[in-house]
Design a protein around this ligand. Structure first.
Ligand SMILES: Nc1nc2c(c(=O)[nH]1)N[C@H]1C(S)=C(S)[C@@H](COP(=O)(O)OP(=O)(O)OC[C@H]3O[C@@H](n4cnc5c(=O)[nH]c(N)nc54)[C@H](O)[C@@H]3O)O[C@H]1N2
Ligand SMILES: Nc1nc2c(c(=O)[nH]1)N[C@H]1C(S)=C(S)[C@@H](COP(=O)(O)OP(=O)(O)OC[C@H]3O[C@@H](n4cnc5c(=O)[nH]c(N)nc54)[C@H](O)[C@@H]3O)O[C@H]1N2
Ligand SMILES: [Mo]
Length: 709
């Protein structure tokens, strides 16, 4: 019998509309069946026909009604009337808002150049091609995003090592996988399903994570590494593979560059020495190395975040990726396969025109981007996005040129290190516009606030690696006067980039333009409310680099990076050298005397997505107060119990939180979630505690001390 067969029916006026949940934005997008009566969502279920969610929902998706109908939603466009930051606004019309923004932006462009206006995106992804185009059509190179601490650094490590992105080829007959710092059971249910299947198929799983998680519980081998020491662990595995002669000599000889130097370098990382550095027992390192090298094909599942959020992040991932070269697994079916992006970062087995769409004007002809002077490797490898960690200093100093305005879409000043500095800088701007669903602390600093709607109130396009795509339709009208970010961008284009007629034409024509040649159109996609298979999918074939050369300067998989070689004068090493985290017992023993704990922040909780779910009663009730996870051993040493209040201090600042005593925490490490306004962990990090190559904040390794209050 069909579930819920009584509703909807002809008499009760209830309709089911299909859309996707994008609360946890990039990878998943579970299908939703929304029960609608009189234009209101009365019930939320998973859509069984949609492959990403397969009818299931997590705690966040299940709370959709509380998210959408939250009393904190911004209802109309707002203009500041009080002091900056006072949170006093008056409602204005959309027309007034657009006019005022256009007047200011066009004036700054005339007086100080288009580069004086910054276009910023928070974690939301669906509108990014449109926002980038708006920025470029206006003439500014300064598109910045949350990606300044997420994903791009991993991408840079891929590019430096093998020239493009590679993902594990789970479906290609993989026999062994390392899941290196990822916990999809909390962060990406679709990927968790892939792991479940892999387990059923007998794939050997090695998981590298300091904590115990649902993913580590499924591991054949769990390497409980100290935060930020991943590079030393990878080198010790390479050491075992080379010295035990279990590496792929033919692949190394034919397809890699710099092997002799690399081989010599990893000799210092014996498993015993690596045990001292990483805390992982030497024999377990040996076992992991042997398993990965001899159970082939094998691949590595990586993450956008933890490894690269260390002061040695890029080099640590290069050390990890080098293992794919050493074992001959890159560009092999069942190993690691090249995966080009179709739309946003997802590879959906089709080729869209998103890059041409975004690059309405070449950035290379514009002024120097924010961050380019500090991070030349980023400048070289990342075409359309600056490094936002340099934004506060740039605004405050006015150097190398003045920055006068920022328009942020879902901007949150608390997401980068020295968060108070970002807030200060935003206050110094001539003009700040923020677009959000809620009047956040960042929106309160703005001159104009614009109300965005949620995913169930708009249309958006998404695709999946399985060759499946969807374009949603609003399940309910946007609440109050809120609008889709894409509609806001396309309207704004009429005022600040009037020559760009395509952008001004709105969602449907622009999406059709991007998808031209794929066999998909908006109208066609709308006929399939649960999504549709991509027509004529381009199946990713192996041996692309092996036959045609890697997209690196040497044309090979580079153990020694020819890009980094150019910047050796800046202290970057061409080999993936291991350096201890800047703040760690090994990296700064003097500081460690007074600050004996490692502070590791932001490991995801299943019910939160950054700051998004704190205001939602169901999810917030699961951890209503900011709390730090510490191990029972550390709790005993400190004399604290569950629920006690503690102060966490770094040399920069301190915050007060509750204690959560839990065996999932590694001894000596304090784990703390980010984004709380009452206890902002990012106020504890200074900008210099970052990866010198990419500027990524070292959220995963800081030193701290703990006092009971
Ligand atoms: N200490 C520490 N800091 C971290 C991390 C960590 O692990 N530790 N992780 C980093 C990482 S990986 C990331 S990705 C960043 C994320 O950092 P942010 O991008 O700042 O995170 P969010 O809180 O998800 O989103 C910001 C805002 O977007 C708004 N928003 C939601 N949906 C929409 C929408 O559809 N349109 C618009 N216009 N706005 C919307 C939300 O209401 C919210 O105010 O944080 C980084 N910061
Ligand atoms: N529920 C939920 N889902 C999310 C998000 C969210 O906020 N909430 N955020 C989304 C975003 S923006 C991102 S970037 C992804 C992140 O997705 P994941 O990378 O899967 O998630 P994390 O929990 O950040 O990190 C995974 C694991 O890395 C471990 N780890 C921490 N430091 C280190 C280290 O130095 N080395 C190693 N080897 N492991 C370490 C943590 O203990 C954690 O268990 O999740 C996305 N999905
Ligand atoms: Mo992220």
């Amino acid at each position: 019998m069909k579930k819920f067969s009584k509703i909807p029916n002809e008499t009760n006026g209830i309709e089911i509309k299909k859309t996707i949940c994008t609360i946890c934005d990039p990878g998943t997008q579970c299908g939703l069946n929304l029960y609608i009566k009189d234009g209101e969502i009365i019930k939320v279920e998973g859509d069984e026909n949609q492959p990403a969610g397969q009818g299931t929902l997590c705690s966040k998706g299940a709370a959709t009604r509380q998210y959408v109908y939250n009393p904190d939603r911004i209802k109309t466009p707002l203009r500041r009337v009080g002091e900056r930051g006072s949170g006093k606004f008056e409602p204005i019309t959309w027309e007034e808002a657009y006019k005022e923004i256009a007047e200011k932006f066009n004036l700054y462009k005339e007086e100080s150049g288009a580069e004086s206006v910054v276009f910023f995106s928070g974690y939301t992804k669906f509108y990014r091609p449109w926002l980038k185009r708006l920025c470029h059509s206006f003439g500014s190179p300064n598109y910045l995003a949350e990606s300044s601490s997420c994903y791009l650094s991993t991408y840079i490590a891929h590019k430096l090592t093998y020239g493009m992105r590679g993902d594990p080829s789970w479906a290609g007959g993989m026999k062994c996988a390392i899941i290196w710092s990822s916990n999809p059971y909390y962060t990406n249910p679709g990927a968790a399903r892939v792991i479940e299947n892999a387990k059923k198929n007998g794939v050997k799983l090695i998981v590298v994570d300091p904590r115990i998680t649902p993913t580590t519980k499924r591991a054949d081998i769990h390497l409980r590494v100290r935060p930020g020491t991943d590079g030393a662990l990878a080198h010790a595995m390479a050491n075992v593979m080379i010295n035990e002669n279990i590496y792929d000599k033919e692949y190394v000889a034919k397809y890699t560059y710099g092997f002799e130097e690399y081989k010599e370098y990893v000799q210092e990382f014996t498993p015993e020495r690596a045990e001292e550095i990483t805390g992982v027992p030497a024999n377990l390192i040996r076992e992991a190395a042997r398993t990965f090298a001899t159970t082939k094909p094998s691949g590595i599942m990586t993450s956008a975040a933890p490894v690269v959020q260390n002061s040695n992040g890029v080099q640590n991932y290069r050390a990890i990726f080098s293992l794919l070269g050493l074992t001959g697994n890159f560009d092999k079916l069942g190993g690691q396969m090249v995966s080009p992006s179709s739309f946003l970062h997802a590879s959906g087995q089709f080729k869209s025109r998103q890059v041409e769409f975004r690059q309405s004007r070449p950035v290379s002809e514009m002024a120097t981007r924010i961050g380019d002077t500090d991070y030349p490797v980023w400048k070289e490898l990342i075409e359309e996005e600056g490094q936002a960690v340099a934004l506060p200093d740039h605004i405050i100093s006015g150097k190398p040129y003045p920055l006068r305005a920022v328009i942020g879409f879902g901007m949150n000043f608390r997401m980068l290190s020295e968060s108070t500095k970002m807030a200060e800088a935003l206050k110094k701007l001539d003009f700040f516009v923020d677009v959000d669903l809620f009047l956040t602390d960042t929106a309160k600093l703005a001159d104009i606030v614009l109300p965005a709607c949620s995913s169930v109130e708009r249309s958006e396009f998404r695709c999946w690696g399985t060759g499946f795509a969807t374009c949603t339709k609003p399940a309910i009208e946007p609440l109050y006067e809120s609008r889709s970010d894409i509609d806001i961008i396309c309207q704004l284009a009429k005022y600040i980039a009037p020559e760009d007629k395509l952008l001004a034409s709105g969602f449907e024509p622009t999406l059709d333009w991007i998808l031209e040649g794929t066999g998909m159109t908006t109208q066609e996609l709308w006929k399939h409310p649960s999504g549709m298979p991509v027509p004529n999918p381009i199946k990713q074939a192996p041996l692309q680099c092996l036959e045609h050369g890697f997209k690196t300067p040497s044309g090979k998989l580079e153990f020694v990076s020819k890009v980094l070689e150019k910047y050796e004068h800046l202290g970057y090493d061409a080999l993936p050298t291991y350096k201890p985290p800047k703040y760690s017992p090994q990296g700064s023993p003097e500081i460690a005397k007074d600050y004996p704990f490692i502070l590791n922040t932001g490991a995801r909780l299943p019910m939160f997505v950054h700051t998004r779910m704190y205001r939602v009663p169901w999810t917030n009730s699961l951890r209503p107060n900011p709390a730090a996870d510490i191990s029972p051993v550390d709790a005993d040493k400190l004399g604290v119990k569950q629920g006690d209040k503690i102060r966490i201090s770094t040399p920069l600042n301190s915050i007060e939180v509750l204690v959560n005593v839990t065996a999932i925490a590694l001894e000596g490490v304090v784990h703390m979630y980010h984004g709380h306004s009452q206890a902002d962990v990012n106020s504890l990090f200074d900008r210099d505690n970052s990866d010198p190559i990419t500027g990524y904040p070292a959220y995963k390794s800081m030193l701290c001390k703990i006092e009971k209050i």
